[in-house]
Design a protein around this ligand. Structure first.
Ligand SMILES: [Zn+2]
Length: 131
Protein backbone atom coordinates (compact mmCIF):
# COMPACT_ATOMS: atom_id res chain seq x y z
CA UNK A 1 0.00 0.00 0.00
CA UNK A 2 1.69 3.24 -1.08
CA UNK A 3 1.68 6.16 1.34
CA UNK A 4 -1.23 8.47 0.60
CA UNK A 5 -0.47 11.88 -0.84
CA UNK A 6 -0.86 14.86 1.45
CA UNK A 7 -4.08 16.83 1.05
CA UNK A 8 -3.86 20.01 -0.97
CA UNK A 9 -2.67 23.17 0.70
CA UNK A 10 -4.84 26.25 0.54
CA UNK A 11 -2.47 27.77 -2.06
CA UNK A 12 -2.53 24.65 -4.24
CA UNK A 13 -6.30 24.56 -4.05
CA UNK A 14 -6.54 28.23 -5.03
CA UNK A 15 -4.24 27.80 -8.03
CA UNK A 16 -6.13 24.71 -9.25
CA UNK A 17 -9.45 26.52 -8.91
CA UNK A 18 -8.03 29.43 -10.89
CA UNK A 19 -6.84 27.02 -13.59
CA UNK A 20 -10.28 25.38 -13.76
CA UNK A 21 -11.95 28.76 -13.95
CA UNK A 22 -9.67 29.91 -16.75
CA UNK A 23 -10.21 26.67 -18.68
CA UNK A 24 -13.96 26.99 -18.29
CA UNK A 25 -13.86 30.52 -19.75
CA UNK A 26 -11.61 29.36 -22.60
CA UNK A 27 -13.89 26.47 -23.50
CA UNK A 28 -16.99 28.65 -23.38
CA UNK A 29 -15.35 31.18 -25.69
CA UNK A 30 -14.19 28.43 -28.02
CA UNK A 31 -17.64 26.87 -28.13
CA UNK A 32 -19.31 30.21 -28.68
CA UNK A 33 -17.05 30.92 -31.65
CA UNK A 34 -17.48 27.44 -33.12
CA UNK A 35 -21.24 27.73 -32.78
CA UNK A 36 -21.51 31.17 -34.35
CA UNK A 37 -22.12 30.79 -38.12
CA UNK A 38 -23.46 27.25 -37.80
CA UNK A 39 -26.67 26.33 -39.49
CA UNK A 40 -26.86 22.72 -38.42
CA UNK A 41 -30.16 22.82 -36.51
CA UNK A 42 -28.76 20.84 -33.60
CA UNK A 43 -25.96 23.36 -33.21
CA UNK A 44 -28.27 26.32 -33.57
CA UNK A 45 -30.48 24.85 -30.84
CA UNK A 46 -27.48 24.41 -28.61
CA UNK A 47 -26.26 27.92 -29.27
CA UNK A 48 -29.64 29.37 -28.42
CA UNK A 49 -29.77 27.45 -25.21
CA UNK A 50 -26.30 28.57 -24.24
CA UNK A 51 -27.19 32.18 -24.94
CA UNK A 52 -30.49 31.98 -23.08
CA UNK A 53 -29.12 30.68 -19.90
CA UNK A 54 -26.00 30.67 -17.88
CA UNK A 55 -26.76 27.10 -16.95
CA UNK A 56 -23.89 25.38 -18.63
CA UNK A 57 -24.82 22.11 -17.00
CA UNK A 58 -26.72 21.73 -20.24
CA UNK A 59 -23.29 20.94 -21.68
CA UNK A 60 -23.41 17.69 -19.76
CA UNK A 61 -26.47 16.50 -21.57
CA UNK A 62 -25.28 17.75 -24.91
CA UNK A 63 -21.88 16.11 -24.50
CA UNK A 64 -23.63 12.76 -24.67
CA UNK A 65 -24.78 13.57 -28.18
CA UNK A 66 -22.63 13.03 -31.16
CA UNK A 67 -22.05 16.53 -32.38
CA UNK A 68 -18.54 16.01 -33.57
CA UNK A 69 -17.66 19.62 -34.17
CA UNK A 70 -18.07 20.58 -30.55
CA UNK A 71 -18.51 17.35 -28.63
CA UNK A 72 -14.92 17.25 -27.43
CA UNK A 73 -15.11 20.79 -26.07
CA UNK A 74 -18.47 20.05 -24.49
CA UNK A 75 -17.15 16.90 -22.88
CA UNK A 76 -14.17 18.75 -21.47
CA UNK A 77 -16.36 21.62 -20.31
CA UNK A 78 -18.61 19.15 -18.51
CA UNK A 79 -15.56 17.69 -16.72
CA UNK A 80 -14.23 21.13 -15.79
CA UNK A 81 -17.64 22.14 -14.47
CA UNK A 82 -17.97 18.93 -12.50
CA UNK A 83 -14.56 19.65 -10.95
CA UNK A 84 -15.62 23.20 -10.10
CA UNK A 85 -18.78 21.80 -8.50
CA UNK A 86 -16.59 19.52 -6.37
CA UNK A 87 -14.53 22.50 -5.21
CA UNK A 88 -17.77 24.03 -3.93
CA UNK A 89 -19.07 20.85 -2.39
CA UNK A 90 -15.71 20.04 -0.79
CA UNK A 91 -14.79 16.74 -2.43
CA UNK A 92 -12.35 18.25 -4.92
CA UNK A 93 -8.92 16.59 -4.85
CA UNK A 94 -10.21 13.29 -3.50
CA UNK A 95 -10.15 10.24 -5.71
CA UNK A 96 -13.72 9.32 -6.67
CA UNK A 97 -12.91 5.61 -6.38
CA UNK A 98 -10.58 5.09 -3.42
CA UNK A 99 -11.15 8.37 -1.60
CA UNK A 100 -7.45 9.10 -1.14
CA UNK A 101 -6.12 12.59 -1.88
CA UNK A 102 -5.06 12.98 -5.52
CA UNK A 103 -1.42 14.16 -5.62
CA UNK A 104 -1.00 17.82 -6.42
CA UNK A 105 1.34 17.01 -9.36
CA UNK A 106 -1.47 15.10 -11.06
CA UNK A 107 -4.01 17.85 -10.47
CA UNK A 108 -1.56 20.49 -11.66
CA UNK A 109 -1.22 18.60 -14.94
CA UNK A 110 -4.93 17.84 -15.15
CA UNK A 111 -7.04 19.95 -12.78
CA UNK A 112 -10.28 18.18 -13.69
CA UNK A 113 -8.92 14.76 -12.61
CA UNK A 114 -11.48 12.72 -10.68
CA UNK A 115 -9.26 9.82 -9.78
CA UNK A 116 -5.75 9.10 -8.58
CA UNK A 117 -3.42 7.57 -11.17
CA UNK A 118 -3.87 4.00 -9.95
CA UNK A 119 -7.66 4.19 -10.01
CA UNK A 120 -7.63 5.99 -13.36
CA UNK A 121 -5.53 3.18 -14.85
CA UNK A 122 -7.99 0.63 -13.46
CA UNK A 123 -10.94 2.59 -14.81
CA UNK A 124 -9.36 2.82 -18.25
CA UNK A 125 -8.54 -0.88 -18.27
CA UNK A 126 -12.17 -1.67 -17.40
CA UNK A 127 -13.31 0.71 -20.11
CA UNK A 128 -11.13 -1.05 -22.70
CA UNK A 129 -12.53 -4.44 -21.68
CA UNK A 130 -16.05 -3.21 -22.18
CA UNK A 131 -15.44 -2.26 -25.81
ZN1 LIG B 1 -7.89 6.25 -6.25
Amino acid sequence: MPATAPSLTREQRASLEAALDARQRELRAELASKLRNQDDPRLVGLRNRLEDTDDWAVADAMAAQDITLVSRDLAELAKVEAALARTVEGSYGECADCGNPIPYARLAAYPAARRCVACQDDAEARERLRR
